[in-house]
Design a protein around this ligand. Structure first.
Ligand SMILES: C[S@@+](CC[C@H](N)C(=O)[O-])C[C@H]1O[C@@H](n2cnc3c(N)ncnc32)[C@H](O)[C@@H]1O
Length: 231
């Protein structure tokens, strides 16, 4: 046995704890406030968060809000859809925007593209301050509603928090939440909210270290017809 070499790419402490970006044996890892947030061993589900949600959106010139930059995969995948006009990312840790600009995030190796804006903010504040704005809101700020990175995020998954996020969507817009565990209770909670349609709970199998895990994405549509050009 030998120890894998760990290369620290960045470490910054701030109001929301410490964030560490490191590379271990060719794998990039992100640790937020002492909690493992993600690595890039298998990013299919972070990318599926964007593709599955946008597959449910119609029209052109789509405006997308991503909660949590992480290693950049969800944001980059949303940007790759030519129907997307711009992507705004709300990220709590200011260091991540700098590391993204420096090309240190594996999802955004070329740095920050023109149509991508990263703002240092709590995504809960961004949705509360932008009613009726987004065609899609993609939330991946925790390891899931049952495994929070920040305890303060719990309110995002409560009925009131979900209702605020749904209200930030344009009519017919889609909210999606990523989770490292199946989350049928979240789907039920969304389905019980007035004005929500098309709630889906999708399991996404992932294999890590020879073991199978079922990650999940829950999507829900805000009531109403999109006002932009048809699909
Ligand atoms: C698991 S990572 C996101 C991974 C991302 N989907 C990707 O493809 O790389 C979670 C990110 O959410 C950020 N975060 C956690 N709580 C947040 C909040 N309330 N608002 C905005 N960002 C938050 C963390 O700092 C971290 O960068």
């Amino acid at each position: 046995m030998f120890d894998e070499e760990v290369l620290e790419l960045g470490r910054v402490s701030g109001a929301h704890g410490e964030v560490v970006l490191r590379r271990r044996g060719g794998v990039t890892e992100l640790i937020v406030d002492g909690v493992f947030a993600m690595d890039d061993v298998d990013t299919t589900t972070e990318r599926a968060l964007a593709t599955e949600t946008l597959a449910r959106c119609t029209g052109e010139g789509l405006r997308v809000l991503v909660g949590g930059l992480g290693l950049g995969w969800t944001a980059a995948t949303a940007l790759a859809d030519p129907r997307v006009a711009d992507v705004e990312v709300a990220e709590l840790q200011p260091a991540l925007a700098g590391w993204a600009a420096d090309g240190l995030l594996p999802g955004l190796p070329g740095g920050l593209p023109d149509r991508l804006r990263v703002c240092t903010a709590d995504v809960a504040d961004v949705v509360a301050g932008s009613p009726g704005t987004w065609d899609a809101v993609l939330l991946d700020v925790d390891n899931g509603p049952a495994f929070l990175v920040h305890q303060a995020n719990a309110g995002l998954y409560e009925p009131a928090g979900l209702a605020t996020t749904l209200a930030a969507l344009r009519p017919g817009g889609v909210l999606a939440v990523w989770s490292s565990d199946p989350m049928p209770e979240l789907a039920d909670r969304l389905a019980a909210l007035p004005g929500t349609t098309d709630v889906e709970h999708q399991l996404l199998p992932v294999e890590r270290d020879g073991r199978r895990f079922d990650y999940a994405i829950v999507t829900a549509r805000a009531a109403g017809q999109p006002s932009r050009g048809g699909s």
